[in-house]
Design a protein around this ligand. Structure first.
Ligand SMILES: NC(=O)c1ccc[n+]([C@@H]2O[C@H](COP(=O)([O-])OP(=O)(O)OC[C@H]3O[C@@H](n4cnc5c(N)ncnc54)[C@H](O)[C@@H]3O)[C@@H](O)[C@H]2O)c1
Length: 244
């Protein structure tokens, strides 16, 4: 049976790199992204060039009904899911006292609740097959915190709690759940940082450069593979030694 990986927010940035890496490794893909993602067609075509099936599904991960519908389409086409990568995420930064509860909630709804909705749908199918891998793309910010990102840090810390709990609940069914915590990765998100913030970040890094989306994708591919079949409930940081 051909392997199937579903990547949320899989059209650009780290998600795109994971899509191409998994397609190259022989996975059929489902890219689930919200409406405004213009990069999707391009990524779908690039991934298809590896000779695998690629299904694009438009859905907002923070809307449970849309997630359910998308998983139904995915199961109609492939019949099963081997790997779910909860990668879709947003930031809405601001110091806590100036942050509206709406901005706090939006970030939690997409980053954390969206991951829960997708995991729940994937786990139904994985439980039936007694096999599966879930990877939650958290962040070093979820481990250490970061001024101006109380909403984002809370959502990413929440994803770590979700990871460990699902790993405990589903290990006996041969389902592994791990989190990846990237540090500064070259992307639209880090491109928009001011030079001062970038310089400050560079001072903290042991390896004096930002990481690449491809490096995160290779870690995800390893964690999804049989080589990692005794690794579950873990948070793997990929951060150039930012907190050493
Ligand atoms: N870039 C970094 O340095 C960095 C560091 C640590 C963690 N991360 C995490 O890695 C993940 C990917 O980051 P990126 O830099 O590639 O981001 P990005 O903004 O380039 O891509 C995010 C993707 O998620 C999609 N998305 C956003 N909201 C969605 C929703 N409601 N429903 C469905 N899709 C939605 C977007 O359309 C986009 O395709 C995020 O979860 C981010 O928090 C990134």
């Amino acid at each position: 049976m051909e392997k199937v990986a579903l990547i949320t927010g899989g059209c650009k940035g780290i998600g795109r790199a994971m899509a191409l890496t998994f397609a190259k490794a022989g996975y059929n893909l489902v890219l689930l992204s919200r409406k405004d993602s213009s990069a999707c067609q391009e990524t779908v075509e690039e991934a298809k060039a590896f000779g695998k099936d690629v299904l694009f599904l438009e859905a907002d991960v923070s809307r449970e009904e849309e997630v359910k519908e998308a998983f139904q389409h995915m199961l109609e086409k492939y019949g099963h899911i081997d790997v779910l990568i909860n990668n879709a995420g947003i930031v809405k930064d601001g110091l806590a006292l100036r942050m509206s509860s709406e901005d706090f909630q939006d970030v939690l709804n997409i980053n954390l609740l969206g991951s829960f909705y997708c995991a729940k749908e994937a786990l139904r199918s994985m439980s039936r097959n007694r096999s599966g891998v879930i990877l939650n793309i958290s962040s070093v910010v979820g481990i250490y915190g970061n001024p101006g990102q109380s909403n984002y840090a809370a959502s990413k810390a929440g994803m770590i709690g979700l990871t460990k709990t699902l790993a405990k609940e589903f290990g006996s069914r041969n389902i592994r759940v791990n989190a990846i915590a990237p540090g500064f990765i070259e992307s639209d998100m880090t491109e928009s940082l001011s030079d001062a913030v970038k310089e400050e970040a560079m001072k903290k890094l042991s390896i004096k450069r930002f990481g690449t989306a491809e490096e995160v994708a290779e870690l995800a591919l390893f964690l999804a593979s049989e080589k990692a079949e005794y690794i579950t409930g873990q948070v793997l940081s990929i951060d150039g030694g930012i907190a050493l």
